[in-house]
Design a protein around this ligand. Sequence first.
Ligand code: TXA
Ligand code: MG
Length: 308
Amino acid sequence: MRILKPSPAAILKAAQALRAGQLVVIPTETVYGLAADATNPEAVRKIFAAKQRPSDNPLIVHISDLAQLEAVAGAIPDSAKKLMKRFWPGPLTLVLPKKTSVPEEVTAGLDTVAVRMPSHPVALEVIQVAGTPLAAPSANRFMRLSPTRAENVERAIADQAEMILDGGPCKIGLESTVLDCTEEVPRILRPGGITRANIQAALGYPLGEVPASGERRSPGMYGRHYAPLTPLVLVEQVGGDDAGLIFGNTQNSNQISMPPSAAAYSAVLYDALHRLDQRKVSTIYVQMPPETAEWEAVLDRLRKAAEK
Ligand code: TXA
Ligand code: MG
């Protein structure tokens, strides 16, 4: 596996590989992404093959400037314009009406496209030098943990990519917030780095709710997801002999003490689960974080990981 420091030469190489239709693992502020040229259907198909991802699960298009937005999205609503101004570059993905030039491989045949401008300097530079928007899902196999460090990218993914650019540990650590902006009132399809409260404050009104059943608006909203290989159970208290994630002092070497704030917890969650996975413990017990709005994204990921 080729993990490269993101020197100007390595970034140029990555950009060239992407232009040639190959895959590159890039760092973002949320999680590492498995990137391909979003304008090249054949390159995008390689992402689905490498991840063993169902083809009905659309990808996020990553841009480095607003000129690229015009090439992928049409009729941008005022709400989306406001949010871009406030939160881009950053961990907010906006679902917008798509332009016909976006390959259907990227959007899984939908008439909308998910777009975000990442804030990680290496991601921005790669997109800029490649001169094309990049389609990039998290760099994990379908249903597995997203990598938040270059060395946590599984071999099965790494082998399909030209290289991994090492941008250090991801600062946010959970995938971006996905916000549907195609309806009158925007709604969160996936909670993430930018909270509901952040978005509502920027818009000045409450967000809509996604109906629990009915049409599956975000095809990525499966039950079980983001899961370690080891069974994960959410509990009020982790037993003294059990392995898992706890608040406060650890009672054995298979416990990891987690930070008390939601942002700091998010930043280390996937790496902590990855580490326990590697120790081959039989069950990972996770002490339930506070059930408050701040913790929405963390609770979403933990509940999905705990799903049978
Ligand atoms: O933080 C992130 O968003 C990371 C980094 C690499 O940018 N990427 C990521 O991609 O998490 P992925 O493919 O693992 O998740 C994309 C999510 C899925 O839940 C997918 O269903 C949703 O975005 N999505 C993509 N296009 C959509 C669309 N047109 N309409 C609704 N949901 C969409
Ligand atoms: Mg993913």
